[in-house]
Design a protein around this ligand. Structure first.
Ligand SMILES: [Fe+2]
Ligand SMILES: [Fe+2]
Length: 281
């Protein structure tokens, strides 16, 4: 059965201040040049601190441009700020100015592409619950794109920085608020994904790899290309390792997920093998 291959990377946290992140990025871009996938998809936290430092976004853009195949990037909380929630406020929040900077320097914060037989749709997960004008625009766009995707038989994969949920049923919102899409937008998005017949949801953000069926959705978490977060700072839900994934999109709708872990990739752990540039992630 024919198929299309894409490389999935995430949480590269690129900056002149994280040379180990750039070294790993070079290894993965060499892998891309060797294997020549149809595209690379980046599920966010491209830059170390693009939300507060446009120079980090500019540096990240030059690194994205090193890919020899089309690069489909999506923003993470460290690229344009985070959703508001009980444990997150003030300087770290997403703003319209930050969205504008991201769009000017990196590019679109949402996209829809036809790749072979597959429909790929990616969105800006940090807008959910923000009440920004850009959130309302994105909901309208999602409704249109997912309605369109539901009208044909093409398999559809959905991409965003944050996972939809931890498990089914999802634990208390307060415990896990910062890591997942919040309940209200999650339920709205789940309804749209179901109507569209979306089979796969792919995300980053947790710096752990996982593949699990949740509410009938094939749920894939991308590993980080930079560094994992140690158990002392974060619950273990999936697997902690540094690398990328190859997504083999079969024309009949099946998906194979293959780990990309070249030997010369640094298996870094934040605050352990490398300094923690954030204080708290
Ligand atoms: Fe990250
Ligand atoms: Fe993140």
């Amino acid at each position: 059965m024919p198929s299309t291959s894409v490389v999935l990377v995430s949480d590269s946290h690129l900056s002149p201040r994280t040379p180990e992140a750039t070294a790993n990025w070079e290894v993965l871009m060499e892998h891309v040049a060797t294997t020549n996938p149809a595209a690379v998809i980046h599920t966010g936290d491209i830059a170390l601190d693009g939300a507060s430092d446009d120079d980090d976004l500019r540096f990240a853009r030059t690194q994205l441009d090193r890919s020899v195949v089309p690069m489909l990037a999506l923003p993470g909380n460290h690229d344009l700020g985070d959703n508001p929630c009980e444990t997150n406020a003030g300087a770290s929040l997403i703003t319209s100015d930050r969205v504008t900077s991201y769009r000017e320097i990196i590019g679109d914060d949402r996209w829809a592409h036809q790749l072979g037989e597959w429909r790929l749709i990616g969105c800006n997960a940090q807008l959910f619950g923000s009440d920004l004008e850009e959130e309302a625009e994105q909901w309208s766009w999602l409704e249109r794109e997912l309605d369109f995707a539901g009208q044909d038989t093409h398999p559809t994969a959905f991409f965003m920085h944050k996972p939809l949920m931890h498990s089914d049923p999802h634990p208390s919102e307060h415990d896990v608020a910062i890591r997942y899409v919040r309940q209200q937008p999650r339920e709205r998005l789940l309804g749209l994904l179901e109507t569209a017949g979306v089979s796969v949801v792919v995300s980053g953000h947790v710096h752990q790899h996982r593949r699990v069926d949740l509410r009938g959705l094939d749920t894939v978490w991308a590993p980080t290309s930079w560094a994992t977060i140690p158990p002392s700072m974060q619950d273990t839900v999936g697997e902690r390792w540094v690398g990328g994934l190859e997504l083999e999109l079969h024309d009949d709708g099946r998906l194979d997920v293959v780990e990309i872990r070249p030997d010369n990739l640094g298996q870094h752990s934040i605050g352990e093998s490398i300094p923690n540039p954030y204080g708290a992630h």
